[in-house]
Design a protein around this ligand. Structure first.
Ligand code: NAD
Length: 320
């Protein structure tokens, strides 16, 4: 049985909270935290180790890229984060330079069957960059994509119809960013479409159907609001990373809207974006071609073009 080891690159808000969340959920047997600011990674590792007497045993330490050689999953969270008013795409130039630095040290140290998970923004463009630079099979290079946005959407729908968010099936697809698409046509509750579910509700007891575009806007712009209030988002994304890690380390075949290469479906070719995929030990093992309605499919193609153009412009600027 392979070791359940995760390397987290980036011990900032997102990386350290993701590592802590994995620790609390007993997701991995071994976690190594890597950061250019070695003191921060060392400090966080000590801080978390001081709570080990309250938890099932996990080997948790700060390290460097040589420690990735036996990691089943490497999570990339290092780099600049949005400041108030900045979009995710605004981070691209800065984070491509960070990724150049990381990949030059990580790739020679990667286990042969490791899965790479990019979380740093803009996550779709950086996932594509990791895929291209690493030369790894597309199935093993993914981004956290819209796993977080999908959770936000389920929570928002659940709030309107008064049920547990875990009982809502819904997807946000496309870019993790301003062009993302809330695929309401594929949203279900207990096997019923939203309109079928709402038709059974007592009159005026729920306003979900009237509020779909407002719900979508709230989900799409959620990060801007949180960053305005407290400077960063990290708890929910850490839970999303933990969920993806559980799927990979335990070969769960979970359906998650991770970001990865799309080559054909919906008329989209050669670009990384989020769609529901089966995630297991091999990474993204299958893409599910859900029949979205025409308008959603059109918006998805627009999202793909936005990511493609950002990738092209960034590549041209970097002379790549
Ligand atoms: P942060 O500033 O708290 O942490 C970034 C860390 O990266 C710092 O500790 C820094 O020292 C480290 N770092 C920088 N350059 C490095 C290098 N070359 N090598 C190793 N480490 C390096 O930022 P944060 O709030 O943790 O956000 C990190 C990223 O995650 C941002 O790009 C942010 O936009 C993104 N994010 C993504 C999602 C998502 O759903 N995909 C959600 C929230 C945040």
């Amino acid at each position: 049985m392979r070791k359940k080891k995760v390397a987290v690159v980036g011990a900032g808000f997102v990386g350290s909270t993701a590592a802590y969340t994995m620790l609390m959920n007993n997701t991995a047997d071994e976690i190594v935290l890597i950061d250019i600011n070695r003191g921060k990674a060392e400090g966080d590792a000590l801080d978390m180790n001081h709570g080990m007497s309250f938890l099932p045993p996990v080997k948790f330490y700060s390290g460097w890229y040589g420690d990735c050689a036996d990691a089943a999953l490497v999570v990339l969270t290092a780099g600049a984060a949005q400041k108030p008013g900045e979009s995710r795409m605004d981070l691209l130039g800065r984070n491509l330079r960070v990724f150049d630095d990381i990949l030059s040290q990580l790739l020679p140290n990667l286990a042969p069957d490791a899965v790479l998970l990019t979380v740093t923004n803009p996550v779709d463009v950086l996932t594509q960059y990791v895929l291209e630079r690493s030369g790894l099979p597309a199935s093993r290079v993914m981004g956290s994509g819209t796993v977080l946005d999908t959770s936000r959407l389920k929570w928002a729908i659940a709030g309107h119809i008064g049920i547990d968010p875990r009982d809502v099936k819904a997807f946000v697809i496309g870019e993790h960013g301003d062009t993302e698409v809330a695929a309401f046509s594929a949203a279900t509750v207990s096997g019923m479409r939203l309109d079928q579910y709402c038709a059974q509700c007592p009159e005026d007891s729920c306003d979900a159907l009237r509020e779909l575009s407002k719900l979508h806007g709230e989900v799409r712009d959620a990060a801007y609001g949180i960053i305005e209030k407290k400077g960063a988002t990290y708890y929910a994304v850490a839970l999303a990373v933990n969920r993806i890690a559980q799927a990979v380390l335990n070969d769960q075949k979970a359906i998650l809207t991770v970001s990865g290469l799309v080559d054909g479906p919906y008329g989209i070719r050669g670009v990384c974006l989020s769609l529901p995929r089966v995630v297991g030990a091999g990474g993204m093992e299958r893409l599910l071609e859900v029949p979205y309605d025409e308008e959603e499919a059109r918006q998805l193609r627009h999202s793909a073009e936005t990511i493609r153009e950002a990738y092209r412009v960034a590549g041209a600027a970097a002379g790549k």
